[in-house]
Ligand binder design. Structure first.
Ligand code: PLP
Length: 391
């Protein structure tokens, strides 16, 4: 690293990797206001549209009136309130596990759980495309960190054989890969974890509320939920609130309460977000939730098929996250800028979020999008994509 911050910023600009914040005015719907103009939102993880659902808002307001705005302390001090217990019980029931434990965010969950489970002498096996928070958790842990090629079960088996240990082994994967929209081979991973006596942890940030008949996530969809030792998920994406959880055995939860530093050393979630999350689970676990999932699935499918028909490479997406392959960082950013000019807000994704040369336009869908606006968006993307030589 060079000494000067200004030089480093300049270098980022030169490489087309400089990032800045974009203001979204108003509340988070399927159309939002950016730079004073209404645009179609295709880069939110608010998949079911719950972030501005009246029932969640009402629950948050009521909880604030009754319990106040803050918890005032970490969970192990005086920050465990009725709503923390109620939400953990509800999450465990929803996921069909003995217990569940809240974390303050998905980032905090991964960077706390992984170092709690694996340390010196242990080995972590992690999919190469796992989320940055998993990588950071593994780096914090001081365990041996083995990354296997994306979704490559045969390669993982070879790496498990090549890395014997008397300590613990942890296999960790995203359930739905956040930048690719494909799903992990959980059935095969569960078989490997049994064979090698490993623990299996699945990060279902993008599967929670969305996948499986009941919205219980990728484990439910693939029929292996009960074989996953730690099902982590977030409350800030499809559930429209904020925070994260891990659903697991009572023993593992008790262990994490004692060992996960991001759980122990951080002020607990405030009442408003807990109540909103509780309301969200109620909704997800109801006929209304089923209907929202059906619409979300229809929208994503419609886009995937139309985009592929227009000549785009959708990179193996099988979910509501649909990337369009672009290649270079500058083209990806130009793609985003031109679309925004035409009233479509979709995010170009560059390194370090994805490997160099695999930059993409990452489109995400919501249950609240309309079929027509999706088809219109594909038409615009096709024209811009042709201009940029992407299709
Ligand atoms: C968003 C995300 C996280 C982080 O969750 P936050 O609650 O936003 O901190 C973790 N893992 C994956 C796969 C994600 O997509």
């Amino acid at each position: 690293m060079s000494g000067s911050i200004a030089d480093e910023l300049e270098e980022l600009r030169r490489q087309g990797l400089h990032r800045r914040l974009r203001l979204v005015a108003g509340s988070q719907g399927s159309r939002v206001t950016v730079a004073g103009r209404e645009v179609l939102l295709l880069c939110s993880n608010n998949y079911l549209g719950l972030a501005d659902h009246p029932r969640l808002k009402e629950a948050a307001v009521r909880a604030t009136e009754r319990f106040g705005t803050g918890s005032g302390a970490s969970r192990l001090v005086s920050g465990t309130m009725e709503l923390h217990e109620a939400l953990e019980e509800r999450l465990a029931r929803f996921k069909g596990t003995e217990a569940a434990l809240l974390f303050n965010s998905g980032y905090a969950a991964n960077s706390g759980i992984i170092p709690a489970l694996a340390g010196k002498g242990d080995v972590i096996f992690s999919d190469r495309l796992n989320h940055a928070s998993i990588v950071d958790g593994a780096l914090l842990s001081r365990a041996k960190f083995v990354r296997y090629p994306h979704n490559d079960v045969a390669a993982l088996r070879r790496l498990l054989e090549a890395n014997p240990t008397t300590g613990r082994r942890l296999i960790v994967t995203d359930g739905v890969f956040s930048m690719d929209g494909d799903v992990a081979p959980l059935r095969e991973l569960a078989a490997l974890k049994r064979e090698f006596g490993a623990l299996l942890m699945v990060d279902d940030a993008h599967g929670t509320g969305v996948l499986g008949g009941g919205g219980r996530g990728s484990g439910e969809m693939l029929g292996v939920a009960q074989e996953i030792d730690l099902q982590m998920g977030t409350l800030g994406k499809a559930l429209g609130s904020f925070g994260a959880y891990v659903a697991a055995s009572r023993e593992l939860v008790e262990y994490l309460v004692n060992r996960a530093r991001s759980f122990i050393f951080s002020t607990s979630l405030p009442p408003a977000v807990l109540a909103a999350a509780l309301a969200a689970i109620g909704l997800v676990d109801s006929p209304e939730g089923e209907e929202l999932r059906r619409r979300l699935d229809r929208n994503a499918r419609l886009f995937r098929e139309a985009a592929a028909g227009a000549g785009f490479d959708t990179m193996g997406s099988a979910t509501q996250i649909v990337p369009l392959f672009v290649g270079g960082a500058e083209e990806a950013m130009t793609f985003t800028a031109r679309l925004l000019d035409k009233g479509i807000f979709a995010q170009g994704i560059r390194p370090p979020t994805v490997p160099a040369g695999t930059c993409r336009l990452r489109c995400t869908f919501m249950a609240t999008h309309g079929e027509e606006e999706i088809l219109r968006a594909v038409g615009v993307m096709e024209r811009v994509g042709r201009d940029l030589g992407v299709v």
